[in-house]
Design a binder for this molecule. Structure first.
Ligand SMILES: Cc1cc2nc3c(=O)[nH]c(=O)nc-3n(C[C@H](O)[C@H](O)[C@H](O)COP(=O)(O)OP(=O)(O)OC[C@H]3O[C@@H](n4cnc5c(N)ncnc54)[C@H](O)[C@@H]3O)c2cc1C
Length: 263
């Protein structure tokens, strides 16, 4: 490891001041510390957000669940309100990585990182959530902008994510057996604004699929998506799975998610 400074603010105001000055936020370190060890990133100043109380916790606000950016995956998975109101989100959190990753990794770190195979971005996009930052509110449809890229400006901090409670929703993932990231993951939701389908693991980042959404809007059943064309030329292939295989798995995982959502 190389030399860097580490600050531990206890208020959001102090964290804002420090990141505004060019320091990099540190959440659970599940991606950032590994990237530093590999010299993929070399921040000179780190700001540990772990002591900032305003970034913690889960609360119900009318028909919305608000999850603080520093909430760990294990706490989303175990939370009684999340399990009652959006069980598909709790199950998604429960299926992330392994026990250690779930004990350290955070909602804000995952969403800010926007790994193209991460699970949470599909829930944020699939549920039509809102990303709340220290400066503004960003709709999920505007937030994810491709490979490891988001609408966040330099030094901008996610403070919470607001998830509207759906009529029904579920996530199905065909996981990479070593990392447990998604080879293909599909989040489906019936929301007040219509059916939403968000796909992760197949390319440059999470995206919605208009054909699947239209088919499920007509009939929210596994059979409804059987004939929907998934264009393999728009899906990445690698040593783990070809484009054609992943395209097929999009249909399979969508059907699995719909089955789960329908109970
Ligand atoms: C072995 C392994 C398996 C995994 N499996 C899965 C999986 O199955 N599914 C899945 O979805 N994920 C998986 N992950 C990712 C994991 O869930 C973490 O959420 C992810 O690595 C980010 O880690 P973190 O929350 O500790 O954030 P960090 O690593 O601390 O930060 C990540 C990035 O986000 C920035 N950041 C952090 N917090 C904020 C904030 N509040 N505002 C703005 N920027 C911020 C940091 O500056 C950094 O650039 C896995 C990770 C590992 C190591």
């Amino acid at each position: 490891m190389y030399a860097f400074t580490l600050e531990r603010p206890t208020t959001l105001a102090d964290a804002k001041r420090l990141t505004g000055g060019g320091a990099q936020a540190l959440a659970g370190g599940q991606t950032l510390i590994a990237s530093m060890k590999q010299r993929l990133m070399r921040p000179e100043n780190l700001i540990d957000l772990g002591g900032v109380a305003e970034l913690q916790g889960i609360r119900v606000d009318g028909q919305t669940i608000v999850i603080g950016a520093m909430t760990k995956h294990q706490d989303v998975a175990a939370n009684a309100d999340v399990r009652r109101l959006i069980p598909g989100l709790a199950a998604l959190a429960e299926g992330i990585g392994d026990r250690q990753v779930r004990a350290m990794g955070t909602m804000g770190g995952s969403v800010a990182n926007n790994d193209p195979a991460a699970c949470y971005p599909s829930a944020v996009l699939g549920l039509g959530a809102t990303v709340v930052t220290d400066r503004r509110e960003i709709k999920a449809d505007d937030f994810f902008q491709g490979l490891y890229t988001t609408a966040l400006d330099a030094g901008e901090l996610i403070t919470a994510i607001r998830f509207p409670v759906p009529t029904k929703a579920a996530y199905a993932k065909f996981r990479q057996p070593a990392s447990r990231f998604a080879l293909v993951g599909v989040f489906v939701a019936q929301t007040a604004g219509g059916v939403r389908v968000a796909i992760t693991g197949t390319g440059n980042g999470v995206f919605r699929h208009a054909g699947l959404e239209a088919a499920l809007a007509k009939s929210f059943t596994p059979e409804a998506v059987q004939g929907v064309q998934i264009d393999a030329s728009e899906i990445s292939g690698d040593l783990h799975a070809s484009s054609a295989y992943r395209a097929h798995m999009v249909t399979v995982q969508t059907q699995a998610a719909v089955r789960q959502a329908n109970g």
